[in-house]
Design a protein around this ligand. Sequence first.
Ligand code: 13P
Ligand code: SF4
Length: 304
Amino acid sequence: MDPKEMHQKIRDLTRERRAVILAHNYQRPEVQDVADMTGDSLGLSIQAGRTPAEVIVFCGVHFMAETASIICPDKTVLLPRMDAGCPMADTITAESLKRRKAELPGVPVVTYVNSPAEVKAESDICCTSANAVSVVQSLPEPRVLMTPDKNLAQYTARRVTKEILLWEGQCNIHDRLTRDRVLKAKAEHPHAVLVAHPECRPEVLDLADAIRSTTGMLAYVKESDAKEFLIATENGLLYPLRNQNPGKAIYEVSHEMVCPNMKLTRLGDVLSALETMAPVVKVSEDIRVKALKAVTRMLDVKRD
Ligand code: 13P
Ligand code: SF4
């Protein structure tokens, strides 16, 4: 089947199934194009909570579909590729977090949504890259444990008046970006504004003109008067950035910034998910109820 035909079939089936397709900003161009909504982790969580659809097809990675299942227990949540995981989310388990909590009585746990549902269930509040500073500031305690991304935690620590304890996790895609690589890219594009994701290392963020979530980057580039941008995040974001800013030059900072998990989902997988109504992601009710508290508490906090 050619891609155009497949796109149309997916749209027809989406209507028939009363479904909505949500796609993360890192997804393949053709998957972003077939989606009803694209966005960052926070935006997609909010959309999952608001949609009147009965079925959510989540084009992203496993923790994102789990978050949709936590927020919408009555909807069927499909993850077209069940093998689309997140190595950062895999750096923490409920058991390892419980052990750390036992060493830190009275210290609240802020958990990045890039984490398993069981870990959210053991956390006081969740955060995303779009609201980490506001989430931490919303807590009354002076010391906070942030999991699992140490880079997001260090970024937050520099912007809050609290002591932040780290978890040794990171996104291998963002963390592989070095200061030297960024300096080289800046030398190649001396007039470009550098926009970076907070999952990058602190020494990379030190070179950035702006630090944002993926949707925050889209808004920043759109609103900026500058004409050239260097983008320090997963390269899937270049597609919507270029689409939305035809008069601006958008450069990747490194061709190595590609998340294989985010690239697994293809149009054929989306079509197959809608045809077979599988694979389904469903969080068990005991975990869901506890995780929902941490997610809902986060959704009450504004974006940074
Ligand atoms: P955001 O789109 O929320 O900034 O997340 C980045 C990410 O790594 C998702 O996997
Ligand atoms: Fe996980 Fe990083 Fe891929 Fe996002 S980009 S899904 S944090 S590995």
